[in-house]
Design a protein around this ligand. Structure first.
Ligand SMILES: Cc1ncc(COP(=O)(O)O)c(C=O)c1O
Length: 332
């Protein structure tokens, strides 16, 4: 798959590191070797997975003459923080529509990503109740901005459409080249699975390159059936866009829903343990909503013997650490 044919802005200039985590692996019993792909170190304000997707989405926005970006997310959205940061860099206005998925969770003075929205000069924040039609809300805002003479471009939640997911097809290709350069045979990959663009893109990249590396997604909100359906649909569309030969094999998508806990963004004991353990063994920060719950999943899969002894397991660290500062009470 030749991704060079797709316009992008060049936000990702160098491969993110793949780090060995010997102390973390030892703390989990030492039978599995954990490696981490550090997409938390991507460029853009405070790093994280959305930069790879926005690299392609922003190119599309600019090609269409946009002067204003509209996107949406949860009240502590990392995606909104990164979209705003790249809009600032491109000299574009940025408006956010925030979904209060947990009633009463939007606090105008909250720390974490919310603080950064204001620091980076967001043009407007519209807060809507959980379950709202987010695309409808963004389209209504776009209509008002058009009337005021602007040229808005809507980036869907998580930048999870085939344009954005192409960024994670590219990440899979980058990873395979790095593993070759390192002489490292990875047996399994574990990724957080939310709005699905990351998971779908990685699977398309792995399958499309015949990598033979199974990928497990760890859900952060939905049930296994719902999340697998979402990832498969986006993977099929992305596979078609990037010119993967043959039908996308649905069985390449596997999700685990046992680590969501009481719901999206609500803390779990296993998340807190995973965040602490990685911080205290490797000095790497996860986040409470995505990478922390995904790592809780990996920890449990290691302890329950899901991976064969001696396996090399690669965890995709998608970032999110600014959200930690909105969860100080959880870690007391
Ligand atoms: C830090 C972090 N990790 C993982 C995800 C999930 O990625 P995706 O939405 O592509 O499934 C998100 C989504 O917002 C995120 O912010």
């Amino acid at each position: 798959m030749n991704l060079a044919v797709f316009p992008r802005r060049g936000y990702v200039k160098d491969p993110t590191p793949i780090e060995s985590c010997p102390a973390f692996s030892k703390a989990l019993g030492g039978k599995v070797n954990i490696f981490i792909k550090r997409d938390d170190l991507l460029p853009g304000c405070a790093g994280g997975n959305k930069t790879r997707k926005l690299d392609f989405c922003m190119a599309d926005a600019l090609a269409k003459g946009a002067d204003t970006i509209i996107t949406c997310g949860a009240v502590q959205s990392n995606h909104c923080r990164l979209t705003l940061s790249w809009a600032v860099k491109e000299g574009l206005d940025c408006h956010l529509v925030l979904e209060e998925r947990v009633k009463g969770s939007y606090k105008p003075e909250a720390s974490g990503n919310n603080f950064l929205f204001k620091l980076m000069g967001v043009k407007s924040i519209t807060v809507v109740p959980g379950g709202s039609n987010m695309m409808g809300e963004m389209e209504a805002l776009a209509a008002r901005l058009k009337e005021a003479g602007r040229t808005p471009y809507i980036i869907p939640g998580g930048a999870s459409n085939p344009i954005g997911a192409t960024g994670y097809v590219s990440c899979a290709q980058e990873t395979l080249q790095q593993l070759f350069d390192m002489g490292l045979k990875v047996d399994h990959m574990v990724v957080p699975s939310g709005s699905a663009g990351t998971h779908a893109g990685i699977v398309v990249g792995m399958v499309g390159n015949n990598a033979n590396i199974p990928v497990s997604g760890i859900n952060v909100s939905r049930t296994k059936a719902d999340q697998e359906a979402l990832v498969r649909k986006l993977a099929r569309e992305t596979a078609q866009r990037v010119g993967m030969s043959g039908e996308f094999p649905d069985e390449a998508v596997t999700c685990f829903d046992g680590y969501v806990g009481p719901g999206y963004s609500l803390p779990t004991e296993s998340m807190v343990e995973a965040v602490r353990l990685l911080a205290q063994t490797e000095g790497i920060l996860l986040d409470p909503v995505y990478s922390g719950k995904a790592m809780a999943g990996l920890v449990d899969l290691v302890r329950s013997g899901y991976f064969a002894e001696g396996s090399n397991v690669l965890f995709l660290h998608t970032g999110g650490s600014p959200a930690l500062y909105a969860y100080l009470d959880t870690f007391k």
